[in-house]
Design a protein around this ligand. Sequence first.
Ligand code: PPS
Length: 289
Amino acid sequence: MDTDYFQHKEICFASLIYSKERLQYLENEFEVRDDDVFLVSYPKSGTTWMIEILSLIRRSGDFTWCREVPNFMRIPWLDVSGIGEKLVDGCESPRFLASHLPIQCFPKSFFSSKAKIIYIARNPKDVLVSLYHFAHMSYVVKKPNGFDEFMEDFLQGRVPFGSWFEHLKGWMQMKDNKNFLFVTYEDLIQDHRGTIKKICTFLEKELEEQVIDLIVEHSTFSSMKNNSMSNNSLVPDYIIDPKNNHFMRKGIVGDWKNHFTQKQIDYMAVIYKEKMKDLDVKFSWDECV
Ligand code: PPS
């Protein structure tokens, strides 16, 4: 099956599950509620992991929901047309919704609301590697013609949801807003428990230490990989090839070291420095990009 993209606001979207009509509706007409919580990310940054954590926080550590209901029904994807629309429409308040939208495409009504956003980011080198593998198993990213060419597409933003740099820089404009929480995949790997507690504080959700233990236990890589409701094996076949679904692939920091040549490391370092030069924020991965 061929993967088609269309452009909206100069950003690539996969025609298979996104549409211009939906994007225009979301930006201009979708009504954000004050008690909405949005999980926003560039693809392959730890979204599915956060969906699990937020599901568990929402149900105060009760694992039943995560064992019985697929993740895309627990926290629906705002941006996806068709089934996504129906799930969002049927979602009860307080709604928890996931989105990969860059800030310039996000519902305008959010910016005058009290709704919250949790933005998760990840070292772009690991995002690139994860996306490269995902492209081989899914129909929403064009099949790569080698890692080198895919890396160039990624760096130039010729992949779904556009440039990683622009996505991050756009959302970092919100960094000082009290309704915006910035977390990283690396934070979660390094301090799973502490990051969950930080998210609870942001959501004003007080949970006992034993409940936090349960949330940690049920959101580990192995727990999620073994749970068909959380490992994306129930994503429809026309989106991810069921014979080749390794969505829960490695779940580590630094897999880029197994993929990049020295030439690619040097090249990415130059591009990273140039694209990030105007952003006055430090990231844990700055030194190794
Ligand atoms: S998507 O398709 O954009 O929604 O992808 P996303 O969920 O953002 O990112 C997928 C990567 O997250 C890894 N993952 C995890 N890592 C550690 N622990 C847990 N619990 C976990 N859950 C998902 C997943 O394996 C993908 O990373 P890679 O590097 O490909 O393994």
